[in-house]
Design a protein around this ligand. Structure first.
Ligand code: CO8
Length: 264
């Protein structure tokens, strides 16, 4: 692959979008390679994924404006579908995905980060949906996921005004979970991925599915989704070992653990 680097590090993996000459902008080839790389992940072996951008300046500076500039209506819709299909694949990947946002996350870059389960950012990160200024709507899920992740009013303000926000404001509005000095971002992303990978894998997958599927359902259906996934954990090796450990007092999970998300 020309623009995607993929490295497995034990039970988690790091996927890097590497098209630095265009600040990692997403053209069709990058989207195709991203689709291929994500589809090839063996989720029985890899338990968490980190997605980041190459270089120190940009996560992803959006969809490729040069490529989009001459699209017809039908081609524009098809390009939107290409991005949406890949991002939905990331969103519904059985394992958790962490976006390590190391600079510009604009348009399709902000949208890519929002298809991940968790976003953490470097201090120089910039988020935004500048599409309205380019004469288009966000087209890789931005109108949908931003309004679900932050308040609808804040999403509408960002999208209608095409105003970019810095990492500290993204943290304030809940778009990112934590902000780190640039040099410490990947170390913290990998620490989080390793921490997720250390938990019972069937339980983590079922948690992801319960949260994601439940958010799309009315509460009466959502709690049934949880019941089914909760029930599905029983009789698994994970459940027997996890509860067995507690009963043998080997690794007491009831010990109170206070986690500072900014630092862990
Ligand atoms: N597309 C193509 N090339 C890009 C993009 C992009 N989105 N962003 C940066 N580049 C290229 C530049 O053209 C430049 O290339 P070159 O050196 O050959 O001239 C190189 O990257 C470096 O960029 P700059 O010189 O502009 O770097 P600066 O540090 O001066 O500026 C910015 C950085 C502020 C990020 C600036 O590059 C910029 O504003 N980029 C565009 C950001 C943007 O508007 N992104 C949103 C695009 S629209 C989108 O993502 C829609 C998604 C949904 C699509 C649905 C389709 C139907």
């Amino acid at each position: 692959m020309e623009f995607i680097k993929y490295e497995e590090k034990g039970a988690y993996a790091v996927l890097t979008i590497d098209r630095q000459a265009a600040l990692n902008a997403l053209n069709s080839q990058v989207l195709d390679e991203l689709n291929e790389a994500v589809s090839a992940i063996d989720c029985d072996k890899i338990r968490a994924l980190v997605i980041t951008g190459a270089g120190e300046k940009s996560f992803v500076a959006g969809a490729d404006i040069g490529e989009m500039s001459s699209l017809t209506k039908a081609e524009g819709e098809a390009f939107g579908k290409k991005g949406n299909d890949v991002f939905r694949k990331i969103e519904t990947l059985p394992i958790p995905v962490i976006a390590a946002v190391n600079g510009f996350a604009l348009g399709g870059g902000c949208e890519l980060s929002m298809s991940c389960d968790i976003r953490i950012a470097s201090e120089n990160a910039v988020f935004g949906q500048p599409e309205a200024g380019l004469g288009i709507t966000p087209g890789f899920g931005g109108t949908q996921r931003l309004a679900r992740l932050v308040s609808p009013g804040m999403a509408k303000q960002m999208i209608y005004t095409a105003r970019n926000i810095k990492a500290d404001e993204a943290y304030r509005i809940g778009l990112v979970n934590a902000v780190y000095p640039a040099a410490e971002l990947m170390e913290n992303a990998e620490k989080m991925a390793a921490g997720i990978a250390a938990q019972a894998p069937i339980a983590v997958r079922n948690c992801k599915k319960a949260i994601n599927d439940g958010l799309e359902a009315p509460m009466d259906e959502a709690i049934v989704i949880e019941e089914k996934l909760f029930g599905a954990c029983f009789e698994t090796e994970d459940q027997r070992a996890g509860m067995g450990n507690f009963l043998k007092k080997k690794d007491d999970p009831t010990k109170v653990k206070v986690v500072d998300f900014q630092n862990k």
